[in-house]
Ligand binder design. Structure first.
Ligand SMILES: CC/C=C\C/C=C\C/C=C\C/C=C\C/C=C\C/C=C\C=C\C(=O)SCCNC(=O)CCNC(=O)[C@H](O)C(C)(C)COP(=O)(O)OP(=O)(O)OC[C@H]1O[C@@H](n2cnc3c(N)ncnc32)[C@H](O)[C@@H]1OP(=O)(O)O
Ligand SMILES: Cc1cc2nc3c(=O)[nH]c(=O)nc-3n(C[C@H](O)[C@H](O)[C@H](O)COP(=O)(O)OP(=O)(O)OC[C@H]3O[C@@H](n4cnc5c(N)ncnc54)[C@H](O)[C@@H]3O)c2cc1C
Length: 652
């Protein structure tokens, strides 16, 4: 096996030899500096050198039980190898950056680790929701693996609608305990990773009552299994939910309670408290209880960057070594990578993966700042963070799923083989469209903030920085094909969509609909406005962060990174060319389309992207569309970019 690995395919080597930039420099840039590349490699080398972490039989030939047991076995070795969760010499930002760039777990678990929730949500919820004493007590046990935990929020009856959760926690002041119950089948917790057989503790989100009154949804630390026998505790019912598209080694389970009692201090009391006598002290903001979800939504951007990066690396390498067809007689079959259609499929995946990394670190910085503000009682920027995390989580996970599937298709029949790992990668990324807030629901959350901002703009009020562009009433005199120009175009599109939503909401309420019904009737447009806003953020952050962060890089590396920015921007301009050109269509067209299926009335008058003269010219000739298409093919961006994927990913 080792001898085989040492022989590098001639075509692959040829592509690598053509590389015009310093691969080590780019790798360090993505890792956050040489020091981190070194740390990451040390970790990877340690893990990958362990024979016991290699599967003797491919996962797919094992039974469900064998797969799970194999995953537990590897998870234990991984934990022993990597030690405790924290490297105390690193700052919080550095720890997160290293975690997000890590490739070890995805290399060892095709369908993720049964300890995934322990490391991610369980640890974070104690950090974010526990008071000082609780953090001190539980985090030590979590880091030392004295307890194994998960995050139990979703129920069979409700996932999205947290306020609808039916699990109850009723405070009994006589014994100073909470009594947990699942009043019906729909109240059973359903989905938590590791719950089926692995976890012995979990954080349970439950509807809380004290002194006969509702105290809202609160988090509780609950021991669910005996630490010696691993059997369920009294009044606790547990099991596995069944086979899934992916995540089959995550051990997702169900959990029900029947008069299960826990001490008062098991309620995580950083934000809300219930005193011994049952007095409820409410959190300064009920949404602080949802903080862990915001944290994971931010980290999902990084996970999408990593996962898409792996898929596009596999597919691009395959495209370099695969030869097919004979366009020119008497010449060898070309590498499929030389077909422009193949480049068109793959290179946007490379650009997107980079865009997601950059956006994740940018958003993480904001998350970190807002967390610090919250610690001193300042909630001013929580809504903006939430709005950004929701639409970026949804848009990056949706795009990543499409792009990973494209990578699979780009490998022809071989992409259909489980040995390509592309089907499993797809199963992992598509899950992120649902978990941690279903994507449509997340886009509608951001839409709430956009509608509010739109109304504030109309009243001349200031809005949050990421939505400030909504206030810019200027028109674009002509199409500007620079990256900044395209970003500006996207801002106009998003502002137009928000304005159209406001008009539609207004029209429906004027027609006597309730605010809720008007919202529902406008929701297709609201989702579109939210996605457009996400595009503005992704495009503008990718460009502006690159402008600043690449200043110290060599010219060659900067060039290739800016080619990625350019490709990403132009790709989305072409994908959304209809939106960008919408104001250039004739009034008749807009009326006939908009008044029926799209319901985007108000759009033309209020939000024209171009000045009237430009509109008429382009509507007559369709030139704007052609100019846009021309950009990609004239820019010579593609041939340069190929080297990027072949040389810069860490696992080569
Ligand atoms: C930072 C990262 C750095 C490093 C990390 C490194 C490594 C990490 C490694 C790996 C992690 C990666 C990935 C995966 C890990 C785990 C995934 C696997 C498992 C998945 C687990 C789960 O899925 S857990 C369950 C998740 N469930 C959900 O997400 C439910 C979604 N539903 C909701 O969030 C809410 O119900 C709702 C938002 C849809 C509605 O809430 P509701 O109470 O009904 O509120 P509204 O009435 O609609 O709104 C009231 C106002 O509150 C605002 N709001 C809502 N939510 C928040 C929030 N979270 N924060 C702030 N504000 C919020 C809302 O917008 C409203 O505001 P108004 O001003 O308009 O009133
Ligand atoms: C792989 C995986 C791992 C998971 N791990 C965990 C875990 O560890 N812990 C945990 O607690 N949960 C976990 N979950 C559960 C996950 O968080 C929920 O599945 C998710 O929040 C969506 O809830 P739901 O399944 O009830 O879907 P629903 O909310 O029922 O959504 C179904 C459909 O209804 C639509 N819809 C719902 N509400 C609205 C609305 N208000 N407006 C418009 N459309 C709406 C949605 O867009 C969607 O199309 C996991 C899920 C998966 C897939």
């Amino acid at each position: 096996m080792d001898a085989v690995n040492k022989v590098i395919n001639e075509d692959l080597q040829k592509e690598r030899d053509k590389c015009k930039f310093n691969v080590a420099e780019l790798t360090a840039f993505l890792d956050g500096g040489d020091k981190f590349t070194q740390k990451r490699r040390e970790k990877e080398n340690r893990v990958f050198s362990i024979q016991g972490l290699r599967d003797a039989v491919p996962d797919e030939y094992m039974s469900h039980k064998e797969r799970y047991e194999n995953a537990v076995r590897k998870a234990v070795i991984m934990h022993q190898t990597l030690g405790t969760l924290e490297d105390k010499t690193l700052t919080e930002y550095e720890t997160a950056r290293l975690a997000l760039r890590a490739t070890t777990s995805s290399a060892i678990f095709k369908e993720n680790s049964p300890l995934m929730l322990h490391y991610s949500m369980f640890a974070n919820v104690i950090e974010g929701q526990g008071d000082e004493k609780q953090r001190e007590y539980w985090l030590k046990k979590i880091n030392n693996m004295e307890i194994i935990g998960t995050y139990a929020q979703t129920e069979l009856g409700h996932g999205t609608f947290i306020r609808g959760l039916e699990t109850t926690a009723e405070y009994d002041p006589k014994t100073e305990e909470f009594v947990l119950n699942s009043p019906k089948l729909t109240a059973y917790k359903w989905w938590p990773g590791g719950l089926a057989h692995t976890a012995n503790h979990c954080v349970v989100m439950a509807h809380t009552y004290s002194q006969g009154k509702s105290c809202g949804i609160q988090p509780f630390m609950v021991q669910i299994r005996d630490l010696e026998t691993n059997m369920p505790m009294k009044g606790v019912k547990l099991g596995e939910i069944g086979a899934k598209l992916g995540f089959n080694t995550v051990n997702n389970g169900f959990l029900g309670f029947e008069n299960h009692r826990i001490p008062r201090d098991r309620m995580l009391m950083k934000n809300s408290q219930i005193l011994k006598d049952g007095t409820f002290i409410s959190s300064p903001n009920s949404k602080l209880t949802y903080g862990t979800m915001v944290y994971i939504r931010v980290s999902i951007l990084g996970t999408m960057a990593n996962t898409l990066g792996r898929a596009v690396t596999i597919a691009t390498r395959y495209a370099a070594v695969r030869r097919q067809s004979q366009p020119k007689p008497n010449e060898p079959e070309p590498q499929i990578l030389d077909y422009v259609t193949q480049q068109h499929k793959l290179f946007i995946g490379i650009a997107s993966s980079h865009a997601y990394y950059i956006s994740c670190f940018w958003l993480w910085t904001l998350y970190h700042r807002v967390t610090k503000e919250l610690a001193v009682g300042n909630m001013d920027n929580l809504a903006e963070l939430h709005a950004l995390a929701c639409c970026l989580k949804a848009t990056t996970s949706a795009d990543a799923a499409v792009l990973v599937e494209r990578c699979r298709l780009a490998c022809g029949g071989h992409g259909y083989m489980l040995s390509s790992n592309l089907p499993q990668i797809y199963a992992n990324v598509t899950a992120a469209n649902t978990y941690e807030g279903e994507n449509t629901v997340m886009l509608l959350q951001t839409a709430r903030a956009l509608v509010k901002a739109g109304m504030q703009v109309a009243q001349g009020q200031k809005v949050s920085p990421s939505m400030a562009y909504l206030a810019d009433q200027s028109k674009m005199a002509k199409w500007d094909s620079s990256v900044d120009g395209i970003v500006k175009g996207f801002q106009k599109v998003a502002a137009g969509k928000v304005a159209a939503c406001l008009a539609s909401l207004q029209r429906h309420t004027n027609n006597g609909q309730s605010a809720e019904d008007a919202w529902n009737l406008t929701s297709v447009q609201l989702v579109a406005a939210s996605e457009a806003h996400a595009r503005v953020i992704l495009l503008s952050v990718f460009k502006s962060e690159m402008d600043v962060q690449t200043l110290t890089l060599s010219g060659e590396t900067r060039t290739v990174l800016f080619q990625l920015v350019q490709l990403y921007t132009i790709y989305w301009a072409l994908e959304k060319v209809g939106d960008l050109l919408l104001p250039t269509t004739t009034t008749t067209y807009s009326v006939s389309i908009c008044d029926t299926a799209m319901r985007c009335d108000g759009w033309m008058d209020e939000t024209s992207l171009f000045e009237k003269s430009t509109i008429q010219t382009s509507a007559r000739t369709g030139i704007a569309g052609l100019v846009l298409s021309g950009l990609v093919y004239d820019s010579a961006v593609y041939p340069e970019l190929v080297h990027q994927s072949l040389t810069s990913w860490p696992l080569q």
